[in-house]
Ligand binder design. Structure first.
Ligand SMILES: NC(=O)c1ccc[n+]([C@@H]2O[C@H](COP(=O)([O-])OP(=O)(O)OC[C@H]3O[C@@H](n4cnc5c(N)ncnc54)[C@H](OP(=O)(O)O)[C@@H]3O)[C@@H](O)[C@H]2O)c1
Length: 498
């Protein structure tokens, strides 16, 4: 496997009490580009399974990441593509989720994808589906997010194929959205208001235990056709969860009771203080009004192991971050249907381009390594405050902002997030192309290019901007005078730090 993030000690299932099934047919992992799917695939491969993954993005990226998997490009909203993805599959993991689309759109999109999956499953010889959804008591009024997770299970159950449902509450692991929200609230805020729902109970679970349950049910045939709640050993209030992390970090926080309980407001505030944008905090925090605890622990009859405590899960997540070994992150999944996903190279014409370059005697590899460190904790090398200010404005207007940072400080690969950019193309020691995901009256890209010119290397940065609107043009001309200052200094700093 070329994925350098994984070492043998990093696999979660080595102490699973079940054994791999050598004669099992092909396993399909949908949502393989997502947080859970991206961690499940290497575990299945190391246990010897034949794995096909279904993605919407660039197949080459995933083929390079996992050379041993078969990659199928398919959109669950397209029935024909789904049927092709399910052809000759024995068991399929259903990990499709459109949370990125935000609270208004994700429900309808997710249910359509699940209906399509059920139809496609019945048209093929699929034997089993394993679905990971959310915990919640169906007898109480659930948040739209939790209700949607239940509806997906119901839609999949309409299929003739045997369905196993695992239901989890908050998942704690490096790169998980819930963990990053908790972590940043604790780190950033000296005072935290406590509305009544912060006293609701939750049963968090570590990412490694979720993966163990997902692999475990595959290896225990008796779990077919059954629903299971999964959770860690601790039942905590949301306030306890923040307090426990504050304790680990030796951070003093004043928790103040608050009579103002509007969750949408708190979710918006959380998006201003954490890397997770409003579209996601609204969906996730909507569920805080519900108690999400394990009511039926029958999974323990089939899979006997001790899940990690909340504290252990936090410590492991922090340690993965410190080692710069975050394997997947909530920001990995990205809806390509979004018009931003139109690639720069696919555009016939670009409205505006500016170009800055410098020469350097240093090796291309050194310069490129320095290029690939921009953003995240390192900042933008020069006038970082300007980038941060732009990011803050973006967040206030419900954009992704610069807070998103990066998954890794040292590595970049296609589709990774760099603050409010996303890597669209990357050619080692040659070119890094970033696509803007901030709120803009147009589309923007930033390209870094390193070229040999005689004895020297030319390092260039090119800003591309495409717009048809009046406001788009105003925006471009408003920021144009700053370009020289920002970009020229940026490449000079990149060269200096290489
Ligand atoms: N993460 C958690 O904390 C957590 C907690 C409890 C339960 N769960 C459950 O675990 C499951 C997986 O969650 P996750 O966190 O891994 O989600 P995620 O990171 O948002 O990933 C979602 C995946 O679904 C794919 N997808 C979305 N729409 C699609 C479509 N139309 N066709 C094909 N693929 C599509 C995405 O692909 P693209 O990259 O192409 O967008 C992505 O790979 C969900 O059911 C979720 O409810 C997660």
């Amino acid at each position: 496997m070329t994925n350098t993030i994984y070492e043998s000690s990093d696999f979660f299932c080595h102490d699973l009490p079940t054994h791999p099934l050598p004669n099992l047919g092909k396993v399909l992992v949908t949502g393989a580009s997502g947080y859970i799917g991206g961690r499940l695939v290497p575990e299945l491969l190391v246990r010897g399974y034949k794995v096909r993954i279904m993605v919407r993005g660039d197949a080459h990226v995933y083929q390079n990441l996992w050379p041993d998997v078969e990659v199928v490009v398919a959109d669950a909203l397209n029935l024909d593509q789904l049927k092709a993805a399910l052809c000759d599959i024995d068991t399929a993991y259903y990990l499709i989720h459109s949370l990125n689309l935000g609270p208004r759109e994700f429900e309808a999109t997710d249910i359509k994808a699940a209906h399509n999956f059920q139809i496609a499953a019945d048209k093929t010889r699929l034997r089993r589906i394993i679905y990971l959804g959310g915990l919640g008591d169906i007898r109480s009024p659930l948040s739209s997010h939790l209700r949607s997770r239940m509806e997906i299970a119901c839609a999949l159950k309409e299929s003739r194929t045997q369905l196993t449902v695992l239901r989890a509450a908050i998942i704690i692991g490096s790169g998980s959205a819930s963990y990053e929200i908790i972590q940043h609230l604790v780190k950033e805020l000296p005072i935290i208001p406590v509305p009544y729902w912060a006293k609701n109970k939750c049963q968090p679970i570590a990412i490694r235990d979720v993966i163990k349950y997902l692999v475990g049910v595959l290896e225990v045939e008796e779990t077919q056709g059954k629903d299971f709640d999964i959770g860690g050993p601790d039942i905590l209030t949301y306030q306890d969860m923040l307090k426990k992390l504050a304790g680990i970090l030796h951070k003093k926080i004043l928790f103040v009771p608050s009579f103002f309980s509007n969750i949408r407001f708190y979710a918006y505030c959380a998006s201003l203080f954490t890397p997770v944008p409003d579209s996601i905090t609204q969906c996730l925090m909507g569920g805080l009004k519900n108690e999400v605890v394990v009511r039926d622990d029958s999974i323990k009859r089939f899979l006997k192991f001790d899940p990690l405590s909340y504290r252990e899960a936090l410590v492991r997540a922090m340690s993965r971050e410190e080692q710069d070994k975050v394997a997947t992150r909530w920001s990995d999944a990205y809806p390509p249907a979004n018009e931003l996903a139109l690639k720069l190279r696919e555009l016939k014409e670009i409205s505006y381009i500016t170009h800055y370059s410098i020469f350097s005697p240093k090796a291309a590899s050194k310069i490129f390594r320095s290029v690939c460190k921009i953003g995240g904790k390192e900042g933008w090398f020069h006038s970082s405050w300007m980038w941060r200010l732009r990011g803050m404005v973006d967040r206030i207007f419900l954009g992704v902002g610069t807070w998103r940072g990066r998954k890794s400080h040292s590595r970049l690969r296609i589709s990774d997030v760099v603050d409010f950019w996303r890597v669209e193309d990357l050619e080692k020691n040659r070119c890094l192309l970033l696509r803007a995901e901030m709120k803009l009256p147009g589309r923007a890209w930033l390209e870094f290019d390193v070229k040999d010119e005689g004895q020297r290397r030319r390092l260039s940065v090119v800003a591309y901007y495409d717009t048809n609107s009046f406001w788009g043009r105003i925006y471009w001309y408003m920021f144009l005078p700053l370009h020289h200052f920002i970009f020229q200094h940026l490449i000079e700093e990149i060269e200096k730090r290489s």
